[in-house]
Design a protein around this ligand. Structure first.
Ligand SMILES: *Cc1c(COP(=O)(O)O)cnc(C)c1O
Length: 383
């Protein structure tokens, strides 16, 4: 069978149905939708040969400029940036060590992480060969456990910004780590927007900060941003792209192509120029349409949540709380009904077991009405 090359032909050919994403800029749902200018920049750049090392260097300088960091580089997603964070903190600029990874013999190879910051991406540090040392700082904001855990084997302290409400705060983590000359590496994958986060962690003194390029920035999904201290970014670069020896480093399989580098830079230019307040208002308006269309249903408490809802995005989110008096299907059953419909709709169900939420960040205008109508029908048909 052949396809003519348009996306819908390819999806038809493969038997794939596009969905409505009321969840988040989630990798498994396709990240985000790139603005047409980004797609166009990628398409045009594919018509040229360029020196990719030069493109990487110049793009890295751009990232440093806009984040206020000493240096930066484009990576193959935030997860790849995390592999490189760990590698850089273990090897420094020593090419013998770089080609030796993931065998860490002779290197500091422990990365300390607070228990509440553990998440499935922390395995990226282990991929580089590092060992995770977990400290339980439940209900404990003083830094004693961190100070006690730092040894001569500590390569870095990891901090996941989405878990900042838990345990020792970032300012304190940085102070303690730096007093032992240990770098702090930050996972800020889904933390843009808000725009201020672009410079925030670097300003706070974090040594290496990683963001996703394909979430709120709306660049290519397989791009990421690594910024920080020049010596460490230089080391990440050697681990990813070029050693002086005739072997590649651990980051080489996480390659970024020229089209993706160009696409990420274009997406960042647009992100910096964007009317962020206008976007927030647009999101709120879509979420309000959903809450208004559902708020009269008995047994439910339907409201707009403007706070951060991990694992959801920081955006005005339509939240449906199922009261004890609700006698219809459970939130997870309803989520399944939404996914089985046509088109399939993805909503958020955790972390509260008796709640369902719809985030507007990945919705395209009009889809909020389809979601609200579908939910209304499910709520009224199944009661
Ligand atoms: C999405 C995400 C990642 C991975 O980001 P990619 O850009 O998809 O590689 C890492 N950490 C957290 C907390 C995330 O949400």
């Amino acid at each position: 069978m052949t396809t003519s090359g348009t996306a819908s032909d390819v999806f038809d050919h493969l038997g794939i149905r596009p969905i409505i994403n009321g969840h988040h800029w989630r990798t498994v749902l396709g990240g985000s939708i790139m603005p047409p200018e980004v797609v166009q920049a990628m398409t045009e750049s594919s018509g040229y040969f360029i020196n990719v090392d030069d493109l990487h260097m110049k793009a890295g300088e751009y990232l440093a400029r806009i984040t206020g960091a000493e240096a930066g580089m484009v990576t193959a997603g935030c997860a790849a940036a995390q592999v490189l964070q760990a590698a850089a903190c273990m090897t420094g600029m020593d090419d013998t060590k770089i080609v030796q990874l993931p065998d860490t013999a002779g290197m500091r190879d422990e990365i300390i992480i607070q228990k509440g910051h553990r998440n499935h991406y922390d395995n990226c540090y282990r991929i580089a060969g590092a060992k995770l040392v977990e400290i339980d700082t439940t209900g404990d904001t003083n830094g004693d456990k961190l100070s006690a855990a730092i040894t001569k084997n500590t390569a870095a302290v990891a901090f996941a910004w989405h878990a900042r409400f838990y345990g020792i705060k970032m300012e304190e983590v940085i102070k303690i780590a730096h007093s032992s000359q240990v770098p702090v590496i930050v996972d800020a994958a889904a933390e843009l927007p808000p725009l201020e986060n672009l410079t925030k962690f670097t300003d706070m003194g974090a040594d290496l900060v990683a963001f996703s390029g394909g979430k709120g920035i709306r660049g290519p999904q397989s791009t990421g941003i690594l910024v920080g201290k020049k010596s460490l970014v230089d080391s990440a670069f050697r681990n990813a792209i070029r050693t002086s020896m005739d072997k590649t480093g651990i980051g080489r399989p996480m390659k970024v192509c020229k089209e993706e580098i160009v696409g990420l830079v274009k997406a960042l230019e647009l992100f910096l120029e964007k009317d962020h307040e206008g976007e927030w208002a647009e999101w709120r308006s879509m979420s309000e349409i959903i809450t208004n269309m559902l708020k009269d249903i008995k047994g439910l408490n339907v409201y707009l949540n403007e706070g951060p809802v991990y694992p959801g995005p920081a955006a005005p989110t339509a939240t449906i709380f199922f009261k004890d008096s609700w006698n219809g299907p459970s939130p997870s059953d309803i989520s399944n009904l939404l996914m089985e419909g046509n088109p399939p709709i993805y909503a958020g169900t955790d972390p509260q077991p008796n709640a369902l939420w719809i985030a507007p960040v990945a919705l395209q205008r009009g889809e909020e009405i389809i979601i609200a109508e579908r939910l209304r029908k499910i709520f009224t048909d199944t009661q």
